[in-house]
Design a protein around this ligand. Structure first.
Ligand code: NAI
Ligand code: MG
Length: 337
């Protein structure tokens, strides 16, 4: 049976990097069928809404989506479409690999190979109960942590480690200060960790984790943490290995999964054909793994590495003079069967 995926071409540089990604995916001969669906500004203009029902239905049906960045209009009471998608499909695990690549403006050209697993649905980042007092001088919000939410994300991280041959999971928290919320997360994480005797588990307080990541990132393997800490830590990790143009992310739930680049729609370079397609392509790699096509995922990653190493078609963000499609074609040539 042919697997169909929902493809959201997105806003700004979205269509450019998606064309590039699909070009490489075709060269890999993964046998995927594409069902195109609109979201973001392009959907607002075409259908009068940012996230049309037909798009949600497509993701529900196909269970797998490849998504380019979407522009959330500023003002007008629009909430983030990405957050909305995570909520709709209960995409509880945000999985962000960070690996050293050759020929990138990175402080760590080798040695970094870690994955941040971020809880994606609760905690301070979920922005529950955001309130401002009538006089505008006091702001409050609710940070909710649940046993269910903590357990499933920590279990996801340990299962991921086991499945991919990784050795260690670092539980990142602030339980010394946030005794109830982060405390519950840590307690549940310890319980889950005890069920994986084959995987080493250790604990780090989030501020120390940030320092350790900058000083000795090689010591990390899998990091599991709550929503807001994960948001910040994973961007730090992207910064360790060359920045946003190389950072992919997967949003995984029980019934659906959405694969994307971490970066946004980059309006400053949109339409110029110079966006780096690697972040989305690395997201394609995560998607192929998710679909069980591990050989093709590995071949794609090797082709990306080899193209970065060769360095002849790099986009300007990597110090090259190449363009999006030329870069993608160089990768596709290496990835072709
Ligand atoms: P951004 O990530 O779009 O851009 C930040 C900087 O990085 C810009 O200078 C941009 O040119 C550069 N950059 C980003 N991706 C690049 C790539 N592939 N190749 C080369 N350079 C790249 O962040 P910004 O400007 O804060 O947000 C722009 C829009 O994107 C906003 O509307 C925001 O809401 C949206 N956004 C969407 C996301 C998503 O759909 N997942 C995630 C983050 C932001
Ligand atoms: Mg972010």
């Amino acid at each position: 049976m042919t697997q169909t995926i929902t493809v959201i071409r997105g806003d700004g540089i979205g269509p450019e990097i998606m064309d590039a990604a699909l070009h490489v995916l075709d060269a890999l001969d993964a046998g995927l069928q594409y069902e195109f669906a609109d979201a973001g500004m392009v959907a607002l203009e075409k259908h009068g809404e940012l996230l049309p029902a037909a798009t949600l239905e497509s993701i529900r049906r196909n269970k797998v989506a490849l998504k380019s960045p979407l522009t959330t209009p500023v003002g007008g009471g629009f909430s983030s479409i990405n957050v909305e998608l995570r909520k709709r499909f209960d995409l509880y695990a945000n999985v962000r690999p960070a690996k050293s690549h050759p020929n990138t403006k990175s402080r760590f050209p080798s040695g970094v190979d870690l994955i941040t697993v971020r809880e994606n649905t609760e905690g301070a980042y979920s922005a529950e109960g955001q309130e401002l007092s009538a006089d505008g001088d006091t702001a409050t919000s609710i940070t909710k942590t649940t046993r269910r939410g903590s357990e499933r994300i920590v279990r996801y991280a340990f299962d991921l480690a086991r499945r991919t041959g990784r050795k260690k999971v670092t539980i990142v928290h602030k339980a010394n200060i946030l005794k109830s919320t982060s405390g519950l997360f840590l307690r549940v994480a310890r319980e889950v960790a005890a069920q994986y005797p084959d995987i080493e588990a250790n604990e780090l307080i989030v501020d120390n984790c940030a320092m350790q990541l900058v000083m000795r990132p090689e010591q990390f393997d899998v990091i599991v943490t709550t929503n807001l800490f994960g948001d910040i830590i994973s961007d730090l990790c992207a910064g360790l290995v060359g920045g946003l143009g190389l950072a992919p992310g997967a949003n995984i739930g029980t019934d659906a999964a959405i694969f994307e680049a971490v970066h946004g729609s980059a309006p400053d370079i949109a339409g110029k054909g110079v966006a780096n397609p690697c972040a989305l392509l690395l997201g394609v790699g995560q998607m192929l793994d998710h679909l069980g096509m591990h050989d093709k995922a590995a071949r794609l990653r090797e082709a990306i590495e080899a193209t970065l190493e060769a360095g002849d078609s790099l986009t300007p963000d990597l110090g090259g003079t190449g363009n999006t499609m030329a870069f993608a074609k160089a990768i596709a040539k290496r990835a072709a069967a």
